[in-house]
Design a protein around this ligand. Structure first.
Ligand code: CP
Ligand code: NVA
Length: 311
């Protein structure tokens, strides 16, 4: 099942490539690392993580860097524009050259095809650190945060997604298939999740555990977890103003939360735009777990790095 597009058997490109057991064992390791506040183990000593980023990043970049350093390894950060790929060097050449220097490559880019092409040619594991289609590392951190609050068995939970049917929504859909929770998404018409991802998910599911509506009140009804994300993702800046009007009914606010379970928690992968997709009151309120969610990225990244490099 693993690594549909990858030459190396330990690439991490999308959630659908993994059996539930593998995802759970990654989460076991993330919890292990979270309980080791000052790790003395340095399994990555002598290893180098390359990070090829074509989009900005605060959390993913720094949590991967901190994770790698704390595991005893080193990091080489490469802004896409500084590499020869910016001047037309083929991805397949870049992948084969980098494989001679580094032990693992984390990529943040636009097209999922870029991640897949690098993985298809690299002799080292490639990690998807966000593409336009997926954000698989983030989703593992998110479910870890859910488990901390709701328990490890997530099958009985209802998780709501309110907002854009973007890379995060696509990864939530794949995770819902693998973990078995109910997923209720509310997106404006024309902004639903990727149709191929949804088609795959519906093909995998026996009963209908994933529902898409245009009504945010319906999506959060009885939900244990409520999720949102920016209305305009990186690369969609030109659409931001149009989206603000269109997405206004999809804001996470106290009125919307009153339709969820009374102990519902609120997730946001950040960065947040206050008073757009989420109010300041909710983001800074008692149901918000966004700071733990951000912290958990580092623990999850340690688990992914360990698994990918076989250390
Ligand atoms: N959540 C997330 O991926 O944040 P960054 O864009 O800051 O990495
Ligand atoms: N959907 C957002 C996630 C940012 C972490 C984006 O792609 O910009």
């Amino acid at each position: 099942m693993q690594n549909t597009f990858s030459k190396h058997s330990r690439s991490f490109l999308r959630i659908a490539d993994f059996e539930t057991e593998v995802l759970n064992s990654l989460l076991d390791r993330a919890f292990y690392w979270k309980n080791q506040p000052r790790p003395h183990e340095t399994p990555a000593r002598g290893k180098v993580l390359g990070m090829l980023f074509e989009k900005p990043s605060t959390r993913t970049r720094i949590s991967f860097e901190a994770a790698m350093y704390q595991l005893g390894g080193n990091v080489s950060f490469m802004a896409g524009r500084d590499l020869q790929i910016g001047r037309g060097e083929p991805l397949k050449d870049t992948a084969r050259v980098l494989s001679r220097y580094i032990d693992c490559l984390a990529v943040r880019t636009y097209g999922q095809s870029v991640v897949e092409e690098l993985a298809a040619w690299a002799d080292i594991p490639v990690i998807n650190a966000l593409s336009d289609l997926y954000h698989p590392c983030q989703i593992l951190s998110d479910i870890m945060t859910v488990m901390e609050h709701k328990g490890r068995d997530v099958k009985e939970l209802t998780i709501a997604w309110v907002g854009d049917g973007n890379n995060m929504a696509n990864s939530w859909i794949e995770l819902a298939v693998r973990m078995g929770f109910r997923l209720q998404l509310a997106c404006p018409s024309g902004y639903e999740p990727d149709s191929k991802v949804m088609g795959w998910a519906l093909g995998q599911l026996k009963g209908s555990r994933i529902v898409i509506t245009h009504d945010p009140m319906e999506a959060v009804k009885g939900a244990d977890v409520i999720n949102t994300d920016v209305w305009a993702s990186m690369g969609q800046e030109a659409e931001a103003e149009k989206r603000k009007t269109l997405f206004a009914p999809y804001q996470i606010n106290e009125r919307l939360l009153s339709n969820a379970a009374s102990n519902a928690i609120v997730l946001h992968c950040l960065p947040a735009h206050r008073e757009e997709e989420i109010t300041e009151e909710v983001l800074e309120g008692p149901r918000s777990v966004v700071w733990e969610q951000a912290e958990n990225k580092m623990h999850v990244h340690k688990a992914i790095l360990e698994w990918a490099m076989g250390i």
